[in-house]
Design a protein around this ligand. Structure first.
Ligand SMILES: Cc1cc2nc3c(=O)[nH]c(=O)nc-3n(C[C@H](O)[C@H](O)[C@H](O)COP(=O)(O)O)c2cc1C
Length: 210
């Protein structure tokens, strides 16, 4: 069973190498086929982008297709994506993520707004199923975004999830309907320098085995 899951994961991320070898976090991974462990270890929030490199719509589509493999509440698939690729639209979105984020994503070729449809995940026949309610939509959206950023890394791209953004202005810019909650803006590009390695809380602090 575990073996099947491992194979499925490798297929999903286009892996050719199942070795659990040590990963050099300082090396940008730009090859077409990298191991899942390398994807996890080299995916970082990137806050400096190479403005000379572009990304095609076909490449973005491939990443979005990967999000369709993500699990969701009763297969509701509530996540939606609004993709800014033209320089004008990218600039318009960049103006809505706050000054610090705007500086950090300067030169990035693609910006994506992620939303989820309300009243789907966590609901059955219009009734809220438990206390989490639309929180399950946000949960599914995060899962979907995770597939996106990991698939992106597996293809040599870099991302930054931004929760600091002007949701009302984004709603107007993309004509996003009121039944969708605007979540993160995700930048997609190529790193210009090596990202900072964040500190991680010790496992003992966040996990309890019973
Ligand atoms: C929901 C969410 C919102 C975030 N918002 C921002 C943001 O507005 N600006 C930013 O620079 N980083 C943002 N981040 C990135 C986090 O700071 C980053 O994931 C964390 O520090 C761990 O670093 P790593 O992604 O490199 O592992 C956000 C991440 C998440 C998941």
């Amino acid at each position: 069973m575990l073996y099947v899951a491992a194979i499925a994961t490798m297929m999903l991320f286009g892996c050719s190498n199942s070795n659990n070898k040590a990963v050099d976090n300082n090396q940008p991974q730009t090859s077409e086929a990298v191991s899942f462990d390398e994807v996890l270890a080299t995916r970082r929030s990137v806050r400096s982008y190479d403005a000379t490199k572009t990304i095609s719509e076909a490449e973005v589509r491939e990443l979005l297709i990967a999000t369709q493999e993500a699990p969701s509440w009763a297969n509701q698939q509530p996540s939606k994506y609004y993709v800014a690729m033209s320089p004008e639209k990218v600039e318009a979105v960049a103006n809505l993520v706050g000054e610090r984020n705007k500086q950090n994503i300067a030169g990035v070729p693609v910006l994506i707004v992620s939303t989820y449809e309300k009243g789907k995940s966590g609901f059955f026949r219009g009734e809220q199923t438990n206390e989490v309610g639309d929180g399950w939509g946000a949960y599914d959206n995060g899962l979907s975004n995770a597939y996106f950023i990991l698939k992106a890394r597996s293809k040599g791209f870099d991302t930054l999830i931004m929760g600091m953004r002007d949701s009302d202005a984004l709603r107007t810019l993309f004509n996003i309907p009121e039944n969708e909650t605007v979540m993160a803006v995700i930048s997609l590009g190529y790193r210009a320098s090596e990202p900072r390695q964040p500190e991680h809380r010790p496992l003992e602090e966040v996990v309890r085995f019973f």
